[in-house]
Design a protein around this ligand. Structure first.
Ligand SMILES: Cc1cc2nc3c(=O)[nH]c(=O)nc-3n(C[C@H](O)[C@H](O)[C@H](O)COP(=O)(O)O)c2cc1C
Length: 190
């Protein structure tokens, strides 16, 4: 049995975990944004594992209202290197653009659930990145209209697709410590 440790700050109660439970929990707690990568490609098998993890996320009414654009060639990735953060994009060996697909979204009031659905997929993907020894950063696109239009036009996305974010991925060339974000004051018990 491993002894559960949430973060740098002391845990009030010790929880006994199996090694597998501890490893799964640690994968969540050690994920951190990586913005510098080695100049080597991510293997296609790993790319598929990332996409499978993304699509395993929960979605409202199980609509899965998403589409993933994989950019694994230098010239394709560099299409995203417009404006702020362009230098980082040009050094990323892989980029995955997570899009909402409005043809698959719920009609009416529930339409905007696509943002939560695609965000859940993004976090799943980031956790898979960490589990596979890769590093990534989520770069925001939606709801900034200028960025949405820039990505749509750079990648010539069809009208039904709205880019939520671009995830830049590769083998880490930095090892920043995960941030301790535990704040008990953010929790209310009732
Ligand atoms: C919606 C969203 C948009 C983000 N946009 C950017 C971005 O444009 N550029 C960037 O370097 N990081 C971006 N990030 C990453 C955050 O800066 C990062 O997650 C935050 O500082 C916490 O650090 P951590 O990921 O290491 O825990 C974004 C994260 C989210 C969730």
């Amino acid at each position: 049995m491993a002894v559960g440790a949430c973060s740098a700050s002391a845990q009030t109660e010790v929880v006994n975990l199996t090694a597998e439970q501890q490893a799964a929990y640690d994968n969540i707690m050690t994920r951190t944004s990586i913005r510098s990568w080695e100049a080597r490609a991510v293997e296609p098998g790993k790319v598929e594992m990332l996409l499978r993890a993304a699509m395993a996320a929960p979605t409202a009414m199980n609509k899965q209202p998403w589409h993933f654009v994989v950019l694994d060639k230098r010239e394709s990735i560099d299409l995203l290197a417009t404006g702020r953060g362009g230098g980082m994009v040009r050094k990323a060996p892989l980029a995955i653009v997570v899009c909402g697909d409005m043809e698959k979204a719920i009609e009416g009031q529930g339409r905007d659930y696509w943002v939560q659905d695609a965000s859940a997929a993004t976090e799943n993907l980031l956790l898979a990145v960490n589990a596979l020894g890769l590093g990534a950063v989520w770069t925001g696109v939606y709801p900034i209209t200028e960025r949405v239009n820039a990505v749509k036009s750079a990648l010539q996305l069809s009208e039904n697709l709205i880019p939520l974010c671009t995830i830049l991925i590769g083998y880490p060339h930095e090892s920043p410590a995960p941030k301790d974000k535990w704040k008990p004051e953010n929790v209310t018990h009732k």
